[in-house]
Design a protein around this ligand. Structure first.
Ligand code: GBH
Length: 586
């Protein structure tokens, strides 16, 4: 049995109870029972039992204790030769062109790199971590992963965080944004609190501060404690609201004002659209599949808003927001049907979470027309409770696409529940019309990220759109952006891997787009590159790489890619605040 250090008020954690179906228990007395679907069983499982039953054996890393940082060799800090950068004279070269004097990141602009617990930590069962749905999805669900890879070991950052923080500090990175694993803190999602997990994140946060790196923390980056999925359907159940807030309370209480920026949930559009979860691996739910994402969203909005108010009542002084995601929605043509398709797409994506939070506590029009058929209306109290619960507009904006009406027209889709584009009824493409040349919006990323193209031309317009639509008083932060260099996994020579030209131009042009937006009056307050290092790209495994550092997954050695220097250089050239490398002698 796994030993858990328990919270303040109990010395040994009570085991969780898994109830296979929520129907009343039928007692058998030897005679036949008419309705066997009503039979239930009560299993009592400890953390180890949960793993054994639902996940099975997990791999472990060779290194399984916390490793001290070693000094970063100064020759690793030398930037690469440049590509072509008129506005970004770089590093060690003699610039041919000078900087653009009308661009500037304002004082206090925060910038950094990001990760998420399940994608980098590894140490799947260490120190009492309970399983999350992602352990099941990648270990058990046939066809869910392209390469049969899991997060069991990943970057082993659970033990290597000191070096990872030292490496970004040596380049002068200002912020590290990571997520906390809910099922480390609460192995069952609710109930007993795991002191070992809290002590671990104490040290991660303290190490950031020691190295002059501001910690930003996301509470939930998709790794839902398995037990909550199995007991009440996870985000499909209203119980998640109280459980999320209880988790937030423990974390806010422990780390409080050491954290500059809090993000409650990462990309609810994405994780709500992972509902319905695959059949036959999790406890069934009776909610119709087409409705499930929206029940999830409903509970996310309430859970977020409650956590926001809790943070304020606890005197948390960092900003609190959720992170949403999506690209600019470019109308493919100027037809009125395409304009409607574009508006439908905003309403079913960004507007789903942003309108209730930034505008009026309620869903946008096209979404509301759909969900009012089954979701409860928000009450006036709920609306006023939700409205205004984000201190900044935190948006993960990787790319952009063109939107257009379905071939059959919009109303033929909205009136046909089996239409493949139902209920959004907006079609998308990555290419301009053939009349406009038929080009892609920009170069494609790795084929394992078919959704991603470099579309930096559209970022400035997008930032204006966010400001003009949702009027975030605390400004906008691009909380994730990044690029999967095509076929990087096929390169075998490290020096070749480290030179990543499309990713480098992505970062350069993205920063240029932000600088232009700022110079035009858009309040952009920060940005976070995804990702600090190559990591588990969910179902794409380790084949699809977003890191600004390369990771050799055999040795766990890290190396800076050229794009990392490109990114940092933007702040050296255009920052108001100096970029200051930090070292700590060990
Ligand atoms: C981010 O989401 C995630 O927060 C991060 O964990 C992840 O590593 C990073 O992206 C890179 O992928 O395959 O056509 O169904 C970005 C938004 C939304 C992009 C879901 C991929 C799937 C599109 N993501 N989307 S598709």
């Amino acid at each position: 049995m796994a030993k858990l250090a328990a919270s303040q008020n109990s010395t040994s954690p009570p085991p969780t109870t898994i109830i296979a179906t929520p129907t009343p228990t039928v007692s058998l007395s030897g005679s036949g029972v008419a309705n066997p679907t009503a039979f239930t069983t009560v299993l009592t499982l400890d953390v180890e039992g949960l793993w054994d039953l639902f996940v099975g054996p997990v791999s472990t890393a060779a290194v399984n204790t916390t490793v001290s940082a070693t000094p970063i060799p100064t020759n690793e800090l030398i930037p690469p030769p440049g590509l072509y950068y008129s506005s970004f004279p770089s590093g060690q070269q003699i610039p041919m062109a000078s900087k653009n004097e009308s661009w500037k990141f304002p004082a206090g602009f925060w910038w950094g790199v990001a990760s998420a617990a399940y994608q980098v930590e590894g140490a799947a069962k260490a120190e009492g971590r309970g399983p999350s749905i992602w352990d099941v999805l990648l270990h058990r669900v046939t066809g869910y992963t392209v390469a049969n890879q899991t997060g069991d070991v990943a970057d082993n950052q659970y033990y290597l965080y000191k070096q990872d923080i030292a490496r970004i500090a040596a380049l002068g990175v200002k912020t590290y944004s990571f997520s906390i694993s809910w099922s480390r803190v609460f192995p069952f999602g609710n109930g007993p609190v795991n002191e070992l997990a809290l002590a671990h994140y104490d040290d991660v946060i303290n190490t950031c501060i020691e190295y002059g790196v501001e910690p930003s923390v996301t509470l939930y980056h998709w790794d839902l404690p398995l037990n909550l999925q199995n007991t009440y359907g996870g985000w499909l159940g209203p119980q998640i609201i109280d459980d999320f807030v209880a988790y937030a309370k423990v974390v806010f209480g422990r780390y409080g004002n050491k954290v500059s920026r809090w993000f409650t949930v990462n990309e609810p559009i994405v994780f709500c659209e992972t509902y319905p979860v695959p059949d036959n691996y999790f406890t069934n739910t009776s909610i119709p599949k087409v409705q499930q994402p929206y029940w999830c969203g409903h509970h996310v909005l309430l859970a977020h808003a409650n956590a926001y108010h809790l943070a304020k009542s606890m005197g948390i002084n960092g900003t609190v927001s959720f992170k949403t995601n999506g690209g600019y929605k470019i109308p493919l043509t100027n037809s009125s049907e395409d304009a409607i398709a574009v508006q439908r797409a905003w309403d079913f994506n960004e507007g789903w979470f942003a309108n209730p939070t930034f505008i009026n506590g309620d869903y946008p029009q096209y979404l509301k027309e759909f969900v009012s058929g089954f979701l409860p209306e928000f009450t006036d109290d709920e609306k006023s409770m939700m409205n205004g619960t984000a201190d900044i507009f935190a948006h993960d904006a990787y790319t952009s696409q063109f939107y257009m009406a379905p071939d059959s027209g919009i109303s033929a889709c909205t009136s046909n529940t089996s239409h493949p584009l139902y209920p959004t009824c907006a079609n998308t493409t990555y290419s301009y019309t053939s009349a406009d040349g038929g080009w892609n919006v920009g170069p494609a990323a790795d084929p394992l990220s078919p959704w991603l193209h470099k579309a930096t031309d559209w970022v400035t317009l997008f930032l204006h759109y966010i400001q003009d639509t949702w009027h975030p008083s605390g400004g906008i932060a691009v909380t994730e952006f990044g690029f999967a260099e095509p076929f990087e996994v096929l390169k075998t020579i490290k020096a070749d891997i480290l030179f990543d030209p499309i990713r480098s131009s992505y970062y350069r042009d993205y920063m240029e787009a932000i600088l232009i937006a700022i110079s035009e009056g858009v309040k952009v307050v920060g940005c976070l590159a995804w990702s600090i290092l190559d990591n588990l790209e969910w179902s794409s495994g380790y084949q699809d790489k977003f890191g600004v550092q390369y990771v050799n997954f055999t040795t766990q050695e890290r190396s800076y890619k050229a794009s990392f220097f490109e990114y940092v250089n933007a702040f050296k050239v255009y920052g108001t605040d100096p970029v200051t490398p930090h070292y700590v002698s060990s």
